[in-house]
Design a protein around this ligand. Sequence first.
Ligand code: SAM
Length: 278
Amino acid sequence: MNYRHIFHAGNFADVFKHVVLSLLLKSLARKDAPFCYLDTHAGAGRYDLSSAAAQKTGEYRDGIKRLWNDQPMPELADYLAAVRALNDGQTLRYYPGSPRVARFFLRPQDRAVLLELQPQECTQLKAEFAGDRQVLVQGQDGYAGLKAFLPPKERRGLVLIDPPYESDREFEQVIEGLRMAHARWDSGMYALWYPIKSRPPVERFHRMLVATGISKILLAEFSPYPEDSAFRLNGCGMVVINPPWKLDETLHSVLPALLKQLRQHPAGHSTLTWLVPE
Ligand SMILES: C[S@@+](CC[C@H](N)C(=O)[O-])C[C@H]1O[C@@H](n2cnc3c(N)ncnc32)[C@H](O)[C@@H]1O
């Protein structure tokens, strides 16, 4: 486990992922009934963009930094409010990981379960939420957590699966995890992030998703770069299972607007497709 998210915090992939995450959480918060948020690969929770690691790559400059001073379109306002909540005034210093983004949307009746296997990241995550009675942090394997924590007693909620894809087997592992989780809790909302370097592995992944037999699978893809180099993160996607009503319509306008701000090349593009329809 060499992956450290601090090198990538706030980059285009984080912005895309956390915008979608914010829309999902916002929709869950529309009903009074409590919901549970489960984050299988939670990371540290908060990232200091002034740190040597974040400055070394500077990836956030082509991500959150480009949005920071803008007047956001209404659909991005909640996401940006979650980022602003960690920062004083006009200076962008901290970027929220998915746990902090999610915490922004929790009401007193909701809770979050955060799993992180890497010991240092987990220590930071525990410190970030110390004393927060709505948040449980566990240093355990995210896939094992799908078994341990699903279905949640609230019977409403969202599972984010956001692994580092360090190993070639991670695509198989997420499919297995998803299959098992869905068998335990088929009405839950699932969001699964994946990298796009070149097309063939992504198409194989899509075929594996279809083969699970799970329905209501929406795919959002966001590629600021052309997909012509297998050595760079050209884009990324989010699989959303059981998406909220009209999420597709919202993303239909949000993704092109986001792309306009984060595009790195004229061949950059975003797509939205129902892989398996309702
Ligand atoms: C892409 S990062 C997560 C970023 C975070 N979800 C966010 O959006 O801010 C992936 C995280 O998964 C952790 N990790 C790796 N393997 C894991 C496993 N089997 N179970 C839980 N966490 C794991 C890594 O240490 C890393 O912090």
